[in-house]
Design a protein around this ligand. Structure first.
Ligand code: FE2
Ligand code: FE2
Length: 277
């Protein structure tokens, strides 16, 4: 199978610099607790998760001889390192607001330590490939549908759009490396099943914890509206099911979902002001 990654795709880390809300806005997403904490719960997984992605790719980068691919790997590592750092600041703000980040991060840290210690590097890479697909399809949805972040605090919307742009740019880097290392589609499928399960559970756990601390856990309206926002007839996650399932196809490749045009649109937004400086 030929590699559909755009051959001239450049992947460069940006440092847009975010001024997160000061003081922190508990319900930064349009004053909506459910929406805010849905994003918060995902965010707190990123600092540790993205460090793991970097290490799993770094392990195999010596096998790559193509300079273009090496360049893309360098870009991937740089981008994920910036994401990890920015989301660490985000986590610090959540911690300072009174949410128990130690409790929320504990299970992920323990799981990643177990995987690093007991499972081989190809499983690390397969897990990275799987989670990169989860982030890529959500990133694409964030870029395509401004309503995902409609009403959000502008700095927070910018942070998420920046992350979404770079996730889209580098969505195939780990995948292409995985193909080259020569492991089977079965391993990445299994990794996807586990990753989906844990990502969902961890996000749910974070959401429940933060709603509880806000005194909103048993507010049925919050859940009714929140679940409708996610899974209702116009729910934001609904259209993702089909593209999610594509990952299980034998000949799947992330660039079969070609969203280069939308990437270009957002590059103009994020890169032009930098060039003008
Ligand atoms: Fe990232
Ligand atoms: Fe990523």
């Amino acid at each position: 199978m030929s590699n559909p990654t755009p051959p001239d795709l450049t992947i460069k880390p940006r440092q847009p610099g975010f001024d997160l809300p000061q003081p922190w806005l508990r319900h930064w997403h349009g004053d909506n607790a459910f929406k805010s904490h849905f994003f918060d719960a995902m965010s707190l997984l990123f600092p540790d998760g993205e460090r793991f992605f970097i290490d799993s790719v770094r392990h195999y980068r010596d096998r790559v001889t193509d300079p273009q691919q090496q360049e893309q790997i360098r870009g991937f590592i740089g981008q994920e390192a910036h994401h990890s750092r920015e989301h660490q600041h985000y986590s610090d703000a959540l911690r300072a607001t009174g949410y128990d980040l130690d409790y929320l991060e504990h299970r992920l840290k323990r799981r990643l330590a177990f995987v690093r210690k007991h499972l081989p590097p190809k499983v690390h890479l397969a897990s990275t490939v799987a989670v990169e697909h989860l982030t890529a399809i959500m990133a694409d949805a964030i870029l395509q549908n401004p309503d995902w972040l409609e009403g959000a605090d502008p700095a927070m919307a910018r942070l998420w759009r920046w992350h979404a742009l770079e996730e889209s740019e580098h969505k195939a880097v780990a995948f292409d490396l995985y193909q080259q290392v020569g492991t089977s589609p079965w391993l990445r499928r299994r990794a996807m099943i586990y990753s989906t399960l844990y990502f969902t559970l961890d996000t749910f756990k974070g959401l429940v914890h933060m709603l509880k601390r806000d005194g909103l856990l048993w507010n049925w309206q919050v859940w009714r509206d929140g679940l409708a926002w996610l899974w209702g007839s116009r729910g934001i996650l609904r259209p993702l099911v089909r593209v999610y399932l594509d990952f299980y196809k034998r000949d799947f490749h992330p660039w079969q979902h070609d969203n280069l045009h939308i990437i270009e649109d957002y590059r103009r937004q994020f890169d032009l002001p930098l060039q003008a400086d």
